[in-house]
Design a protein around this ligand. Sequence first.
Ligand code: ADP
Length: 484
Amino acid sequence: MLQLKAPSLLRQQSYVDGVWCDADNKETIVVTNPATGEVIGTVPKMGRTETKRAIEAANKAWPQWRRKTAKERSIILRKWNDLMLANADDLALIMTSEQGKPLAEAKGEIAYAASFIEWFAEEGKRAGGDTIPSPSPNTRIVIVKEPIGVCVAITPWNFPAAMITRKVGPALAAGCTMVLKPAELTPFSALALAVLAERAGVPGGVFSVVTGASREIGAEMTSNPLVRKLSFTGSTGVGRLLMEQCAPTIKKLSLELGGNAPFIVFDDADLDAAVEGAIASKYRNAGQTCVCANRLYIHDSVYDAFAEKLVAAVAKMQVGNGLNAGVTQGPMIELKAVEKVEEHIADAVAKGARILIGGKRHALGHTFFEPTVLADVTASMLVAKEETFGPMAPLFRFKTDDEVLALANDTEFGLASYFYSRDIGRIWRIAEGLESGMVGINTGMISNEVAPFGGVKQSGLGREGSHYGIDDYQVIKYLCMGGL
Ligand code: ADP
């Protein structure tokens, strides 16, 4: 059992219509700690019936929630934010135990997660419409923004708290209600957030958490006509499927899907800064983030120097159980994830890449993997096309700006990209030339609640965070007032 200061935060039931409950058939899913293989507990394995009930409850709760003033909703959300911060130690412990990331990173994610609730508590008060000068003297044009209605969210395991709050925050602030299906691997973080939402005064039905079988829950969420919007973070494949399933009922969609981020180091870059950025972008969360650098393009003239510095930095990383002090890289989430990294390394090595450091499973066993750097990587290798989603940095070589821009954009994804240069002309040319929703320039860390997070191409639709983030949960109504 986890040693929590507030044991009530570890709930082994789902939260539907303001009630903590089991699956109708009492089936459960076992949740394990990836660092130890130990069982943390179980959560209900719910399906279509319970999901339908949660959606109907959300629909029933909606009129009262939307009738509240933005300020009334804001006060409740603000309290939820405060409770998250006050319980940050416990929430981080739950997260590290079920997800594996180092405790310091988990604490960072709780602060990041809470920041979306705080931000949208404020933004909800400012999400008004406007007026447009009429082309006719006898009419007036007024634009009001309304909550879209019942929303559903499906979230992944790599950010077990923040991927939830960046959806629930704007939804609730805008006056919508939401049913969430968290990832099967990390449901306890989601349920702990629900405990705090209830405590903060979020009314029953306004926010429900349904744990269980993704296909059944997803099928109900995407087909139920009461649901007006789906927000999903996860793989492009599942995103595409959900989009298809939403087509018959024309739901509004927010999709945060896969990435294949290029990380370019030009010959005029500050190499030490670039190495620091690469470590932060590539190895955070053991390389399991959708904005992780996936392909590192290094200019020919600084290739060897950069590789040497990166290897030296990687050699200092501490792999281990995220609960242990000093650990900078925890286990990977599951064996399947380890196998994908192994596949990418084997494919690259077979085609001529060299392993500079790491390259195999860590001596600690379980799903621990050595932080890895590969040199002499080329466009013909798997890693050039697919997201590795693991702690492996492949170094590609390039000579000209045009060449690297073409290589960087040669992907169906377009989430994040990064580059290092001190030349102002090049900075503008490359920033404008990169096909991605976000560009880190001389930095490997770009995410925060005030900036719009999202992709172009097959990386998704919509934006999360920032003052744009609430738009995804609102619809525009045009009032044409005639007869003046
Ligand atoms: P990841 O690579 O993060 O595991 P997935 O897209 O597989 O990405 O999973 C993200 C979320 O989508 C998880 O909550 C998972 O349970 C859910 N999911 C996976 N398959 C489906 C599906 N067919 N219908 C609905 N949800 C799904």
